[in-house]
Design a protein around this ligand. Structure first.
Ligand code: PLP
Length: 436
């Protein structure tokens, strides 16, 4: 019975500590102060890195956009949904990022899937960084091409797949096979950047196409917030920028050459069969680019960078104190099996605190919630097994005092949890000894 299948899948999620739940989250005035179930929280899980989601200038643009153009586009871009604000935004994005063309999609998820769907045919090869976003991986798995995942940020691993392919192509009957290399500017769960210059060089050497998803880099790094590729001085054939993170809104664009853009316009089904984004959204995004390029944009990026540096520095001190406060014995015990929490080296707004076991990560997230701090636990399969973590995000809206508060509560909660775990392990050992 099909109902059995649904039920057992749900039960298994519970057993695995992977059950996901949405909460009704109310952000009033800013993304960092949220209300959930009548309680106030300090939010350290927001992707609104520059604090633009509530910016008054963008709210004014939204009202103006709605007044001038209505709230909906009224159709797909191929019928009557392609309006002046959309065309202007595409032109501006292309110019801003140094491409012939930009094509708008309703989301980054859709854009990534659209690129892979329109480009990949039988006999083609996709080589993607193992930590690439779910939207890329899913499309790649479902595509008629072959997918290889190269080791995260590992150039030798990437090159070995390209080399192997050149020695023996997948399907020799394909007249014009294509190889697509996929990576991200900044990785969404680890917060580290890719060695873009080197990846671009290798990709070019093998005549492959490079696609970079810069969801977390655009708006933040590079000249005027032009993103990771601008910072690295490269221009991949396909660049994806999304507007749900630093832009504080939603939507995405694919940046490409004139010829590829025309190919997309002919053959990209999510473009042909899906409603175009509302013109008011394009009006807001246009205003956002102006903001990002302004002194205020620069000041917000500066503030974010200062906050990130402060957080990392204070976390280092916290770990030193924590190790001293916990017994050597505990440290030794930790080395067998479970891990001592650690921060993944990252200079970005994404600061992952790896906890290891799903249960521990959930317990820590819950302990922080009880203290009025909101940080979601990220669990497998979103991240590799045994690397459940708190994905802490720092934004330009945070103040030093808030970061201090977070770290004090982190230290307190981690200490408590590790002691509890130690205690329960001792009891298990005792019980084991008594049974023997
Ligand atoms: C968030 C994200 C996406 C999806 O973008 P949406 O606009 O939220 O659909 C794609 N790629 C990466 C790396 C992301 O972090």
């Amino acid at each position: 019975m099909w109902k059995e299948r649904i039920k057992s899948a749900l039960d298994q999620q519970c057993i695995d500590n992977r059950y996901r739940q949405r909460v009704i989250c109310h952000a009033a005035g800013s993304s960092i102060n949220i209300e959930v179930d009548g309680e106030q929280y300090l939010n350290f899980s927001s992707n609104d890195y520059l604090g633009l989601a509530h910016h008054p200038r963008l709210q004014v643009a939204a009202a103006r956009g709605a007044e001038d153009y209505g709230v909906g586009s009224g159709g797909s871009p191929h019928v009557t949904g392609y309006s002046r604000p959309l065309a202007q935004l595409e032109t501006r994005l292309a110019h801003w990022l140094g491409y012939d063309r930009a094509i708008l999609y309703p989301s980054g998820f859709t854009a990534n899937q659209a690129v892979i769907k329109v480009l990949i045919e039988k006999g083609d090869l996709i080589i993607a960084d193992r930590l690439s976003h779910a939207s890329l991986m899913e499309a790649a798995i479902l595509s008629p091409g072959r997918l290889h995942r190269f080791k995260h940020n590992d150039l030798a691993s990437l090159e070995s797949y390209l080399k192997r392919y050149h020695q023996s192509p997948i399907d020799s009957t394909s007249p014009h096979p294509l190889q697509l290399v996929v990576t991200e500017g900044l990785f969404s769960m680890d917060g580290d950047g890719a060695p873009l210059e080197e990846i671009a060089e290798i990709t070019q050497r093998y005549g492959a196409i490079l696609m970079v998803d810069d969801a977390h880099g655009v708006g933040i790094v590079g000249d005027g917030g032009r993103g990771s590729c601008n910072k690295a001085g490269i221009k991949p054939e396909i660049l994806i920028v999304t507007f749900g993170k630093a832009f504080g809104m939603s939507g995405a664009a694919v940046l490409l050459s004139e010829e590829l853009a025309e190919y997309f316009v002919q053959f990209s089904r999510p473009l042909i069969y899906s409603t175009a984004i509302p013109p008011m959204q394009a009006v807001i995004l246009d205003e956002t680019i102006s903001l990002l390029e302004s002194d205020e944009g620069e000041a917000r990026r500066q503030k974010l960078a200062t906050n990130i540096a402060y957080f990392r520095q204070e976390m280092e001190k916290m770990f030193t104190h924590l190790r001293a406060a916990l017994s050597v014995e505990l440290n030794a015990e930790l080395s067998d099996g479970s891990i001592f929490p650690y921060l993944i080296p990252s200079e970005s707004a994404i600061q992952p605190l790896v906890i290891g076991e799903e249960k521990m990560a959930l317990a820590l997230s819950a302990a922080l919630k009880a203290e009025g701090i909101w940080i979601s636990a990220i669990r497998p399969p979103t991240v590799p097994p045994k690397s459940a973590r708190l994905r802490i995000t720092i934004t330009a809206d945070h103040q030093e005092m808030m970061i201090d508060h977070l770290i004090a509560k982190l230290m307190q909660s981690i200490k408590l949890l590790l002691r509890e775990e130690q205690e329960s392990r001792r009891e298990d050992n005792r019980a084991g000894a008594n049974n023997a």
